[in-house]
Write a protein that binds this ligand. Structure first.
Ligand SMILES: [Mg+2]
Length: 319
């Protein structure tokens, strides 16, 4: 369960386990529905409409983990931070943004794995759900609501395995007041090196886009995993287009993605292979691939797209 400091007066828990009296009260308004807009604003990457932030000038500010673009054209103290806007910034302005510091020494040489959060790694809801892994208190307009979070099956193993091969970055369009405490719970061992939130997304055509050209990493060495195609519309060749996780306990997509990512960790250019992840390991040979070993991690062979049976040990490619 998530922690958090809040007074009893401030807490309003939204729970679908209402009493019969509540259900018969004559009100058709589901308290969860009243929060849908808030949920959309907080947890989803895509907004159907909404005000585009206009930023024509700004400065770079550095936090402990990220460098963010902060708009200074709007001097209102309560609304100083916005996201880069593709419509109002030229290429030079955009290219000056570096959302991430250089990789840590222990991550140098690794590819960068950019992970979406909602519906990719977890599903979150204001509705109380049985089996939720975490409950995060989030304050919205002076009221603390509880967000129920379910981890996608296989998430813990996925993060620990991917951390061996990749520099992991979570890049979410959600607000940090929700995502930051959640990531503290999801990643107690610190596998995730950097966290990027909504203010680091680019507002483009009504969507919050995760612009990989801004993260200060080689695009040939960067992969994004995201359930929303609009999030990676600028770099589709770098994307693994996972399905949306809601509540399916038999979901095993992280296992498949993890196997693929481990296999492509040494390819020269990820953009040549990302679109083949669903067929993995039955894909054509590319230099640097590590095909999984049949019958376990330490032996065997596997067929691939060319129809040739490979000895996986022959595919090993030193970094
Ligand atoms: Mg998502």
């Amino acid at each position: 369960m998530g922690g958090g400091v809040h007074s009893a007066q401030q807490i309003k828990q939204t729970d679908t386990d209402d009493t019969e009296d509540d259900k018969d009260s004559g009100s058709d308004v589901d308290p969860c529905d009243t929060l849908l807009e808030s949920l959309r604003m907080m947890c989803c990457c895509i907004l159907p409409d909404g005000g585009a932030a206009t930023s024509t000038s700004g400065t770079m500010t550095t936090t402990t983990t990220t460098t963010q673009y902060v708009d200074t054209s709007n001097t209102g103290k309560n609304s100083p931070t916005v996201y880069p806007d593709r419509y109002s910034m030229n290429d030079n302005q955009m290219s000056s943004i570096k959302l991430l510091k250089n990789p840590l020494k222990k991550d140098q040489g690794k590819k960068c794995l950019v992970l979406d959060l909602d519906e990719t790694l977890v599903h979150s809801s204001f509705r109380a759900v049985t089996g939720a892994d975490f409950v995060i208190p989030v304050q919205i307009e002076d009221v603390v609501h509880f967000v129920y979070v379910a981890k996608r099956p296989g998430l813990d193993k996925f993060l620990s395995e991917m951390a061996k091969h990749f520099e992991i970055v979570v890049y979410t369009a959600s607000l940090n007041k929700y995502a930051d405490p959640l990531l503290d719970l999801l990643d107690p061992k610190g596998h995730i090196r950097y966290r990027l939130f909504r203010e680091s997304c680019v507002y483009y055509d009504g969507n919050y886009v995760k612009d990989l050209s801004l993260i200060n990493r080689d695009l040939s060495q960067s992969i994004i995993v995201d359930n929303s195609p609009a999030s990676y519309i600028f770099h589709p060749d770098n994307a693994i287009d996972c399905s949306s996780f809601i509540d399916d306990p038999s979901d095993r997509e992280l296992d498949q993605i993890g196997s693929f990512l481990a296999g492509v960790r040494d390819v020269k250019d990820v953009r040549k292979v990302c679109n083949m992840w669903r067929e993995w390991p039955l894909i054509p040979h590319v230099d640097g691939l590590h095909f999984p070993l049949q019958g376990g991690d330490n032996g065997g062979s596997v067929g691939h797209g060319s129809g040739v049976v490979l000895d996986a040990r022959d595919e090993q490619c030193p970094r």
